[in-house]
Design a protein around this ligand. Structure first.
Ligand code: NAI
Length: 406
């Protein structure tokens, strides 16, 4: 593990690193500093909004018109496959009950609906998210090892959703071996091991290309540091395996070091992916905000979700320069699809991240309080949390708590 958090020698090393060619320009430095001002609502929430671009104008640019226009938003909804439609309906019901000023533009996208020769995601669906600035996505089925490219990957690439953010914070009353977990993973979302560049060299030998670029590493690192600065978090850890992948992961951490120079109030350290996995299981409080390439982020973010009770609870937001796509990170749960047994919490919590980006933090807080109250009380819990409540009963319990304010 290479640490750069402490003062003294490591600080000196960090400054030396910043003097290397490729250091962000003065213009970038200025815009990052300007963007690093604390959001007035930041103290309210741990996972409040962080503008996705260095200039701080990205997500919700489309929304500024909506804000001026009586704070009404249109959100593109992709209900998805399996349990997706059930949990999407639960979120819509709760939003309606809470009078959230959102209307929905629904697009059914599914591998099952794609005709040969058609694009996986229609231009109309992509344009809808870009126009609205916000999207909410249920899980989508991906055939394993064959067939179509993942719809999720397609959306991330087409919408340039360069960072996936998952705040993993313990829920009151949800017992796991860990208490007071409070972690955030920031995953590079567009390249790395998921570039989709694989080919057979000769029969029996397959080559898969991992692509790391300065541009993508820089924007995700900037996002992670700005998130930390805006949300009063003390440390960013760059997770890597540069001991083996010296050039690709080497470039990733080189860029993270450079970006860390622009955020002197946020501690910076580097940690090998294997060390990080062990540290998270031994003592999650050891970590704070983590930033990492795509595959590592996929694995570590699920590990963190496990620490707080599983994927059925964990929110996630995909951040792009032009839009935000909030999504549940669990799959389509085909074993319980259509049975009114799904837990809608993950999609709901993701939608609350979205509300906070819309500067509707008060609405998000009201709904989140109700979720916490229901989970803490323990009377209505879905099967994945050891209960027997249906999706509908759980949804109604949340609405009931909102209306009683308890
Ligand atoms: P899965 O997450 O769908 O299911 C794993 C287990 O967790 C199942 O027992 C399921 O019932 C349960 N579960 C998941 N979400 C739940 C919820 N909200 N409430 C209650 N129980 C829940 O993972 P699996 O089976 O590996 O994948 C099924 C399909 O989902 C595959 O086609 C896969 O490609 C797709 N998938 C899509 C993702 C996405 O769209 N982001 C992410 C992961 C998988």
């Amino acid at each position: 593990m290479l640490r750069a958090a402490a003062a003294g020698a490591s600080r000196h090393w960090r400054l030396a690193a910043a003097a290397t060619p490729g250091r962000p320009s003065a213009g970038l430095t200025r815009s990052l500093s300007a963007a690093a001002t604390t959001d007035p609502t930041a103290s309210l929430r741990k996972e409040v909004q962080t503008a996705p671009t260095a200039g701080g104008t990205g997500i919700g640019d489309g929304s500024s018109a909506a804000l001026a226009d009586g704070k009404h938003f249109t959100v593109t909804l992709f209900p998805g496959d399996g349990i997706g439609p059930e949990i999407s309906a639960a979120v819509q019901t709760i939003f309606a009950a809470a009078n959230v000023p959102v209307s929905w533009e629904t697009h059914e996208i599914s591998v099952a609906n794609v005709k040969p020769g058609d694009p996986l995601v229609s231009r109309e669906a992509l344009d809808s998210v870009l126009r609205n600035g916000f999207g909410l996505k249920g899980p989508m089925a991906t055939p394993v090892g064959k067939g179509h490219k993942s719809l999720n990957l397609t959306l991330r690439k087409e919408l340039a959703l360069y960072a996936n953010v998952r705040p993993c914070v313990s829920f009151p009353g949800v017992k796991t071996p860990y208490e007071n977990v409070d972690l955030v993973t920031v995953r590079e979302n567009t390249e790395g091991e998921y570039s989709g560049l694989e080919h057979v060299v000769v029969p029996g030998v397959v080559e898969s290309l991992k692509v790391i670029t300065r541009t993508a590493s820089q924007r995700v690192a900037e996002y992670a540091f700005k998130y930390a600065a805006d949300n009063n978090r003390s440390r960013v850890t760059a997770v890597h395996k540069a001991s083996v992948m010296k050039q690709s992961d080497g470039l990733f951490i080189e860029v993270c070091r450079e970006v860390s120079e622009l955020f002197p109030n946020v501690e910076y350290e580097e940690m090998l992916i294997d060390t990080c996995a062990s540290a998270l299981v031994m003592d999650p409080s050891r970590l704070d905000v983590m930033v990492m390439p795509n595959l590592y982020g996929d694995i570590i973010s699920d590990l963190c979700a496990g620490l707080i009770g599983g994927l059925g609870l964990t929110p996630s937001g995909n951040m792009g320069a032009a839009c935000m796509l909030a999504e549940a990170v669990h799959g389509t749960a085909p074993d319980i699809a259509g049975m009114n047994k799904a837990n809608p919490t993950a999609l709901l919590m993701s939608s609350l991240m979205m509300l906070r980006h819309m500067k509707l933090a008060a609405k998000a807080d009201d709904i989140e309080r109700a979720v916490h109250a229901v989970l803490k009380e323990g009377k209505y819990r879905t099967g994945d949390l050891g209960g027997s409540a249906s999706t509908t009963e759980y949804t109604e319990a949340i609405i009931d708590k909102m209306s009683t304010g308890k």
